[in-house]
Structures are given as C-alpha cells and as structure tokens.
Design a protein around this ligand. Structure first.
Ligand code: URA
Length: 436
C-alpha cells in the first residue's frame, strides 16, 4: 500500500477501506508517513469528506493507537459525559456527584482549559491538594468504592489524535466534521466507559456556530459511539451566552457548590438534569426520563449529591471542608464592575470574547506553560433578555493583577451588546440525538 495512492483516491472522492485508513493512521503515528503527505490527505478529506464507515474506521484506528483503558473491573455499567467545549460550563462538577449518588459508576477522563474554554481539571484543582494524577488501579478502585473518579488525559491516550490534531491546527484542516467527530470520539472510546453522553455546544462561544452544524456533528458522533458498541447520546445546547453566571475556576466551583445545595441558575440546572438523565437511562438505572429527573432532583434535595462531591474531593487528596464552607476559597485581590452605559436589553453576548476576557483576567492559559490565577474570572448579574438601566451592574470582574483586570474589563465591554428593543431569554437545550 502507498500513501500516494490513498491521497489520490480521496482526492477523487472515493471511499477508503478500513485497512487503508488503519495503514495511514499507523504510518503517520510511527513517523513512516511524513507531514506533507498527511497534510495533503487531510485537505482532500476537507473537500471530499468521509462517510460514516470511514469515520468509524478513522476513530477506531486513532483510539487503538495508544492505551485503551480497561474498565471491566468496575462493577456495573459506567457512564461518561463529554462537552465539546464551552464558557462557564461547570456541569461535570455537579452531574458527576448527582449520578454517582444514585449508584451509577462515573469513570471520567477530563481535560484542562483550551483556548477560550475552561477545563474540569483546572476547576477541580481549586481545591487545595486535589489531584487527577492517580493510577489506573486507584481510579478503578475509587469508582468501585464510591462510584466517582476523574483522571487527567494521559499522553498514552490516542497519540495518533494528538499528532494529527497538531497538524490540522497548522494546515487549516480542523473544521471538517468527520475529522472533528473522529478526534473527539477516539479519546472517548479509549477512555473506556460503556455509556457516553455528549454535550454538543452551538453558538458564538462554541466550535460549531450554528445549530445545524452542531446537529450534524452530534449525529455523526452518536453513530460512531453506537457503531463501536457504546450506548451514545448527544444533547445540543446553546452557547450564545455563558452557562450559568460564573466564568473562571474558583468562581465556577462556588457556583457548582451552590447548585449542589439547590441554588443552580435555571440553565445550569436544566443542563445537568438533561445530561445526567441520559447517563441514568443509558446505564439502565432508570427506564424512563421522568423517573431519572425525579431521582436527580431528590439527590440535590437530600444532600446526597453534595456529600458525594465532598467524598470524591477527599478521595483524590483535596480538602473537602471547602465543599461545605466555600468561603474558605481565596478571593481575588482586585475586582471591578462592568456597568451598562445605556438603558435597554442585553441582546447579545459574544461568548468566545467572554471566554477570552476571563483568560485575560488570568483565568486561563496564554500558553501551555502559563500558570492560572484560580481566583480570576467574571460573575454576571445580567444575561441575554435582561432589562437594564444605565449604571446597572452587568458583571463583576475579578483578578489577582490590576493590569489584567483593566485589560479583561475592556475586552468584556466589547462582548456585550445592549439594544433598545426587548429580546427574549435564550432557551438552553436545543435538541437531543437519541438513536437507542
Ligand atoms: N476537540 C477535539 O478533541 N478534537 C477536535 O478535532 C475538535 C475539538
């Protein structure tokens, strides 16, 4: 087999076999196929696409290029949830303990913040002592003991995707549906859970800007997951404004603790209940969605989810007292308000810009090596649809650095639009892909 022939075949829009796709993934991962040939192939995929079968082959070849986590020692069906990346998305911190408190094993692999989006691991590291660097044995034993554990993504997981993603990033070949779907799903399949619930974001803060594109991506990922023998669902959710009110690590953790105490903003509650319901349905814990919703709401009312969160934080080395006494978290040295300059209605929030404003405050990384200011971020008092008068506070901004506070505030100011015409609040859940 020759790479040249495979490039030619894809250039003419022909379908590649499983064997051919495995040949090119293995060849690129082991260095036998050079960057220039793989770049040409990726560009051909951008123009001609890949069908469902090819995408599944690509996903499996990438997943199997490294370690495939074996979770068979875990008792019961395991559930995982993955978001395609958003701003203010703290759902994993809330729904993980909710689902685990109902006896369903949640064996989750999470990432750090990327670009303008936040990451679960950075948020969890707000708890002094907390670590996701636990061995696979510890991971499995924690899930068996208390139904919830989270580990970080290791270099051994889907190394083919790591190499290909870096190449796509510099060859303008990231935004092709089958390549994105295979990239995300290869990591999810390698992470081993039986049930995968995807939260596919659509809007100005998301990778997919329109509902139609997000839906197509969701459908393809669900087909891949189901085709690989994992029960997979996708929820399509709005990312034309941040999720909840808080953006930034400690600020989001505090909002998550509030949610576990029954004080979730409406969109956060809806997101958590919807995603968690599919985790319960997929694992067979419930037979119908309304039953899931009732159990999940009870897990909050009884304090079971909050106690599960504290147990999980402690088991991974964190100080669980912060769960019950969130005032223990440090506060930013500097803060200021962003005020409305005119009367009207909040009509638009450029959500990628909101994420970048939080990053500039110190809440995210400028480079891979940057240290995060865990206290930095934004707490909104108004979101889309809110009526405001000139002088009303739209958001509070926090940073450990006065210069960063100024820069972040200027950035946020440009991200919020106020218009005189009334505008309706945005719905959060836009659709579901359930092919079971
Ligand atoms: N996230 C990924 O992991 N891969 C992509 O291709 C896009 C987003």
């Amino acid at each position: 087999m020759r790479m040249y022939d495979l490039i030619m075949k894809k250039k003419h829009g022909l379908v590649l076999s499983d064997e051919e796709i495995r040949f090119l993934v293995a060849g690129y991962t082991n260095g036998g196929i050079p960057d220039y040939q793989m770049s040409a192939f990726l560009m051909a995929v951008c123009f001609c696409g890949m069908d469902e079968k090819e995408t599944l082959s690509l996903t499996m070849a990438m997943a199997e290029s490294g370690e495939m986590l074996d979770l068979s020692a875990i008792h019961g069906k395991t559930a995982d949830k993955h978001s395609t990346g958003g701003v203010g998305d703290k759902t994993s911190l809330i729904l993980g303990p909710m689902v685990a408190s109902l006896g369903v094993p949640v064996a989750k692999m999470s990432g750090r913040g990327l670009g303008h989006t936040g990451g679960t691991i950075d948020k969890l590291e707000s708890f002094p002592g907390f670590s996701v660097s636990i061995s696979n044995e510890q991971f499995i034993s924690n899930v068996n003991r208390m139904k919830l554990a989270i580990i970080g993504q290791t270099a051994e997981l889907a190394p083919a995707d790591k190499k290909l993603y870096a190449l796509r990033d510099v060859t303008a070949t990231v935004d092709e549906l089958s390549l994105i779907a295979a990239s995300i799903m290869s990591k999810k399949l390698a992470a081993g859970s039986d049930v995968i619930v995807l939260d596919v974001k659509a809007g100005s803060g998301a990778f997919m800007k329109t509902y139609e594109d997000a839906r197509r991506l969701a459908e393809r990922m669900v087909d891949i997951g189901n085709g690989a023998g994992r029960k997979t669902y996708a929820v399509i959710s709005d990312m034309n404004q941040p999720l909840g009110l808080a953006v930034g690590n400690i600020l989001e953790v505090k909002e998550a603790i509030g949610a576990l105490n029954g004080r979730a903003p409406e969109d956060v509650s809806e997101a958590c209940i919807t995603l968690a319901s599919y985790m319960l349905l997929g694992t067979g814990r419930v037979r119908e969605l309304p039953e899931a919703e009732e159990l999940l709401r009870k897990s909050i009312e009884t304090g079971a989810a909050l106690n599960k969160f504290a147990e999980f934080i402690k088991a991974q080395g964190g100080d669980e007292r912060y769960v019950y006494e969130p005032d223990r978290f440090p506060e930013a040295a500097h803060c200021c308000e962003l005020k409305a300059e005119t009367d009207g209605y909040v009509s638009e929030m450029l959500t990628e810009e909101v994420g970048l404003a939080s990053l500039m405050l110190g809440g995210g990384r400028e480079t891979k090596e940057s240290e995060i200011d865990l206290t930095a971020g934004i707490v909104f008092q108004k979101k889309i649809g809110a009526k405001v008068s000139a002088g009303d506070t739209i958001a509070m901004l926090y940073s450990g650095d006065a210069g960063k506070l100024k820069a972040g505030t200027a950035r946020l100011k440009g991200a919020i639009r106020i218009r005189t015409e009334a505008c309706a609040p945005l719905p959060h859940i836009l659709g579901v892909v359930d092919k079971s």
